[in-house]
Structures are given as structure tokens and as C-alpha cells.
Design a protein around this ligand. Sequence first.
Ligand SMILES: C[S@@+](CC[C@H](N)C(=O)[O-])C[C@H]1O[C@@H](n2cnc3c(N)ncnc32)[C@H](O)[C@@H]1O
Length: 272
Amino acid sequence: MQLTSEVVRKSYDDLNALFAVAFGGHIHNGYWYSTDDDSTLHVAMQRLNDLVIEKVAARKGWSVLDLGCGTGELARQFAEKSGCESVGVSNSQVQMAEANAAARAANLDGLAKFQFADAHSLPFPDARFDAALAVESLCQMEDRPRVFSEIARVLRPGGRLVVVDFAERVTISPGQKDFLTAEQQADFMRFGEIGDLFGRAGFHLLESMDLSWNIPLSQATMLEAIRQRRTELSAHYSAEFIDTFEDNWMKISEIFEKHMAYLLLIAEKAPL
Ligand SMILES: C[S@@+](CC[C@H](N)C(=O)[O-])C[C@H]1O[C@@H](n2cnc3c(N)ncnc32)[C@H](O)[C@@H]1O
């Protein structure tokens, strides 16, 4: 199965209930201080959000784009904590409906707004935002250089970009990903690609943090969360679907462990 925006769009519509039930609004890894850290999955996932918000380092009056925002937890928290505007986009209609409903319920809809959009062609004017962030979303975008030039276009000169994502440290051979279902397609950045991706779009890398040692507990605790909610999930998915999803999760976890780094990258668009 080829990674395309359409495959990704459909998979997030279909998997929305699974992520909501099992992970409660976060669709990303957790951050643990060490392997002895016994924090829950929810606490660890929240820590990653806090770290991203800290790294955006928004100033009063900023407007921030969350690219591939899931159901909007991070963008809502950002708006609430900073008092700045956040605009989340995702290519899942289901996620956007949920994100807007949650913003309304929290009385944050004046500051946190969500709209359906494809990252390859953003519906915003040039220089609309002061900062952009993308947490575990670039790995699912089929044409990353195009997405980077779109991000650069909608950021003002000197605007900030914060990316959290996997990077392939050890090459994955094509056959190693054959087992992935449509819902699990991804194309991870290669280590050697990162400098070019940012540089060609006019970004200057300011900081790079390797979080690989903070996330190893994620895959197992996320799988456990899915298993614990099996009864609730069976209201939405067949037993066969959940079994395949779980089996693949274990295989993907092995790939993550052997091949992937997990990075937080902070960049700045060249000032005028
Ligand atoms: C793994 S989830 C991460 C969600 C959120 N950033 C978080 O950390 O919880 C990936 C997100 O990227 C979005 N996404 C993937 N490809 C996209 C595209 N081409 N355009 C817009 N959104 C996209 C998905 O819809 C989903 O919301």
C-alpha cells in the first residue's frame, strides 16, 4: 500500500475512535525521564506537549499553526496557556469536527480554531503565522519538500518551526514494511535528508534534541492501553481488525527500536 494523503485521510477518519478511547486525545509518543520513570502514559504524553509549547516560546499576540493536529489537544493547550491564537489543520474531517467541538466545550473557540486542510496545499495567505509546529505528522505526508515550502510560505520572515518526528537512523528495507495496513502507512524522514529539507525551504536549524531515550516505554504502554480498552473498542471495530492492529503495532515497535531516532527540531525562517 502506497502512502498518499488520501490513504492517510481515510485512516484517521476510521481510527478516530481507537485513538480517542485508548489514548484520550494524544496521538504521539510519551516522554519519560528514564526507564525507571513510572509515570502513566497520559502523564508522559502530556510532558511531550509541554515541551513543544515551551519550545514554540510564543510571544504575546502570536498566531501559531499546528500542522497535522489530530483532535487538537496540543493546539487547545497552547492557546489556553499562551493566550495566543492557534490554528490546527488536519486532513481528517472527523478529527476537525471533534477538535472544534472540544474547543467550544472549553470556551476556547475564540483562540483555538481547527479546519480541514491538506498540508501540501495550505489554505492560508503568505506570512499568516508567527510559528508552526508539526508533531508526528510529517512522517505521513507524501511530498515532504512541498509541505516544507508550504510551511515556509505561510510563516512570516523570522517565524519559528518546531518539529517532533521520527528519523530513520538505520535504513528500513522496502520489504520490512510490507505488513503495514492502510491505517499504518508512513514514510519516515531519513537522517541525511533533514538538513536539506529545512535548508531548501529557507529554514535555519536552531536546535536539535534527540528524544530517542525518552520514548522507549511508549510503544508498550500504548499497546497496553489498547488492550485494556478492548471491550470499549469492540463497539467500533471487529475483533479481527483489532487483532491485526495489535500484531502490527508490535512489529512496528520493533522497527522503531532498531531503526528510528525520535527528534525535536527547532528552526527559524530566514528573516528579511
Ligand atoms: C500521528 S497523528 C499526530 C496528531 C497530533 N499532532 C498529535 O501529536 O497528537 C498525525 C496527524 O497528521 C495529520 N496528517 C497526516 N497527513 C496530513 C496531510 N497531508 N495534511 C494534513 N494533515 C495530515 C493526520 O490527519 C493526523 O492528524
